[in-house]
Design a protein around this ligand. Sequence first.
Ligand SMILES: Nc1ncnc2c1ncn2[C@@H]1O[C@H](COP(=O)(O)OP(=O)(O)OP(=O)(O)O)[C@@H](O)[C@H]1O
Length: 295
Amino acid sequence: MDARLAAGKQLDPESSALLDQAASYGAEHELHEGSIAVAEDHPGDYWSIQCKGVKKSFGRAKILDGLDVGIPEGMVTCILGPSGTGKSVLIKHLIGLLFPDKGEVLIHGESLNDMPMSKLLEVRKKFGILFQDGALFGSMTVFDNVAFPLRQHTDLSEKEIRRVVNARLDDVGLDIARDRLPNELSGGMRKRAGFARALVLEPEIVMFDEPDSGLDPVRTALLCELIRQMHEQHGGTYIVITHDVNSARQVGEYFAVLWKGKIVQAGERDDMFNSKNPFVSQFLNRRIDGPLGME
Ligand SMILES: Nc1ncnc2c1ncn2[C@@H]1O[C@H](COP(=O)(O)OP(=O)(O)OP(=O)(O)O)[C@@H](O)[C@H]1O
């Protein structure tokens, strides 16, 4: 643990919340050497994640309205949709932070509904998540941020932790910034540090919440390229949530388009970009004429 935390230093509310959030992802993650081995005999088979008829309302606002989607194992899937359509609400369902009013979410074939908390924490260990702002602890160096999940959830020695963290920092091109604090990094560097931390326990499923937010087009393209390379190198199921079609096109292999509480269409790149569905075609081709207006 970071010496400042061990010494009982008061954390700011944001860091405390992140610490709680990180702690809630559970303990004792098995660490694999090299590429991620995805069990071939798990019950989900082709789908890492399935949503079946998921409905969610807040008060009278229906956000998810019978949403069905499968996230294919081992591919980079982009979930796209206009602002405010419920992409964040959907990802919270995928990791069991929100639960459907009706329907279910299955992770590798196991329904999250009525799952005991201990089991849910186990399932959450399958996920690595890159939050929009990198969600780094402000009082820790880049190195300590990336080391944090290993110190929390494994029994690795400090020497072993140094080896793993340095390898992940090399992967994301941050070896020169390991001793810097988050406020000494650019937005793109913070995201890369968050990415290194998301990968450090070698999760089976890596989720990116709007990786393009707050980055200029070149930094966005560089981050997307990094996501693609890391997927090629480490394998696993990647889910990228975005409303940016350019990023999705660069990084995605499978696409699911969310609108009005449902996945309007899902499929592989060419089928989606040549879709005959008026909304999908308008959105993916960024046309102003079509069913989506300014409302
Ligand atoms: N806990 C909540 N209570 C009430 N309403 C909520 C809650 N969470 C989300 N909403 C509402 O659900 C709708 C969808 O929000 P969400 O953040 O999922 O959209 P989004 O597609 O991720 O948008 P963006 O692309 O702008 O981030 C919004 O109208 C939001 O106000």
